[in-house]
Design a protein around this ligand. Structure first.
Ligand SMILES: Nc1ncnc2c1ncn2[C@@H]1O[C@H](COP(=O)(O)OP(=O)(O)O)[C@@H](O)[C@H]1O
Ligand SMILES: [Mg+2]
Length: 402
């Protein structure tokens, strides 16, 4: 019989510390190499076919309007082909979509929180793709990373461990040192999307919020983010919040601030079971808070989106039925397929939107992109509904006062 060698416990914390420092170094190198030559992310550019599609017009009409000088013509390359930057493209898109844009005088921006108990269900990917898709429909978007792991921050080209200061995050809000997220906002490489970043230092919020709850009279820890968003709701059409994979103090804040919730859910048994626990715990916690505070919370929409759906997987057919029976009308008619494409785009710190439409010719890539486009269309409709409701409420108040 083989003698089992004894395994001496010799990996001390200081060694783990060295491993961690090394790992951070490698991440930063990988990113720099991937983003060469600028070492910064850059947004895609669009040709006339792609721009016409984004504007929802015929290519001939687009070219006519450019010749007439009604639309930006982008820049011409050596062979005379036009190319538009993201910023130029968004200006054109907006001019065709005036009817679909928010009237800032009538309605504040809508807040969408992407949440689920579990990690790896594609919350962050969904948050980023939603932001990009909505910005390509002409909306001005703010993304708020509430996950101390900072994955969304990374997707938007900022490294949480080395490039994020406390004042770039919602931590000052949680600490009571700020009463608005506005000073924490930074621009991103993507025109039309600004960012409130996250980094591991955000873990401190999990101590600060409960301790303020104990020591400050009248403090409601769950309202901190909602209250801090007042100015941002004026300045942005849509605010998208990404959350950590737990029901933390921050997650509760993100849910209370939300007009609508998007819950990505892969159709497998474990993720399904944990999603049920998520809602159960959330309603229990909020029920308790609101009974105490006399508050109430109503969402305009709660969307369960099947994510990472593997069509070849027979088990998921059964689980999909369970999800249907469990969540009924909240399961939206959009499914995000599982694609190696999504995985590889993300490996390059981006989403399908970063690849730019020109590389979205491959069938699998097109399928993933089309699925995200359907999700964006669906959510955009709901956001329009949220704005319309706010406008109704405002005009009712004006009527009453007048
Ligand atoms: N549709 C998809 N198909 C395949 N892989 C995906 C898909 N969406 C996300 N992923 C991958 O799954 C992993 C977890 O995604 P992420 O968005 O970070 O989830 P979460 O924020 O819920 O932890 C990432 O590696 C991401 O690239
Ligand atoms: Mg995440």
């Amino acid at each position: 019989m083989n003698k089992t060698h004894s395994l001496i416990p010799e990996i001390g914390i200081s060694e783990l510390d060295a491993v961690s420092a090394n790992a951070l170094h490698v991440v930063s190198q990988v990113r720099t190499a991937m983003l060469a030559p600028e070492a910064r992310k850059s947004a895609p550019t669009y040709n006339s076919t792609q721009l016409a599609e984004l504007c929802g017009v015929d290519k001939n009409r687009l070219q006519y309007l450019v010749r007439k000088g009604d639309l930006s013509g982008g820049t011409k390359d050596d062979s005379g082909r036009r190319e538009w930057t993201l910023a130029e493209a968004r200006e054109c898109i907006k001019s065709f979509r005036v009817e679909s844009l928010r009237d800032a005088a009538k309605a504040p921006g809508a807040v969408i929180t992407v949440a689920n108990f579990k990690g790896g269900v594609s919350k962050t990917t969904t948050a980023a793709a939603l932001a990009q898709g909505l910005s390509l429909r002409g909306h001005k978007v703010l993304v708020i990373d509430c996950d101390p792991q900072g994955s969304l921050t990374t997707l938007f080209g900022v490294l949480p461990d080395t490039e994020v200061e406390e004042t770039d995050t919602i931590l000052p809000l949680c600490a009571g040192d700020a009463d608005s997220v506005m000073p924490a906002i930074q621009k991103t490489y993507w025109d039309g999307i600004d960012l409130v970043a996250a980094a591991p230092l955000l873990f401190n919020a999990e101590f600060l919020l409960p301790s303020r709850q104990k020591s400050e009279r009248g403090f409601a820890f769950w309202r901190v983010l909602d209250d801090g968003l007042t100015a941002a709701r004026d300045a942005y059409d849509i605010i998208i919040i990404d959350t950590p994979p737990s029901l933390s103090y921050i997650t509760i804040n993100a849910l209370i601030a939300a007009d609508g919730v998007v819950m990505p859910l892969p159709p497998n048994a474990l993720d399904f079971a944990s999603s049920a626990q998520f809602w159960n715990l959330f309603t229990e916690v909020c029920g308790g808070l609101f009974k105490a505070g006399g508050d109430d919370k109503k969402f305009s929409f709660v969307d369960v989106v099947l994510s990472r759906v593997d069509r070849a997987d027979a088990v998921s057919v059964a689980v999909r039925q369970w999800i249907g029976s469990a969540y009924g009308r909240h399961v939206i008619p959009v499914e995000i397929p599982k694609t190696s494409v999504a995985a590889s785009a993300s490996a390059e710190f981006g989403t399908v939107y970063d690849l730019g439409p020109s590389s979205v010719q491959a069938k699998t890539l097109k399928r993933a992109r089309d699925a995200y486009e359907s999700l964006v269309d669906y959510v955009e409709q709901q956001v329009a509904g949220v704005w319309a409701h706010s406008a109704d409420v405002v005009s009712a108040v004006i009527k009453k006062e007048g």
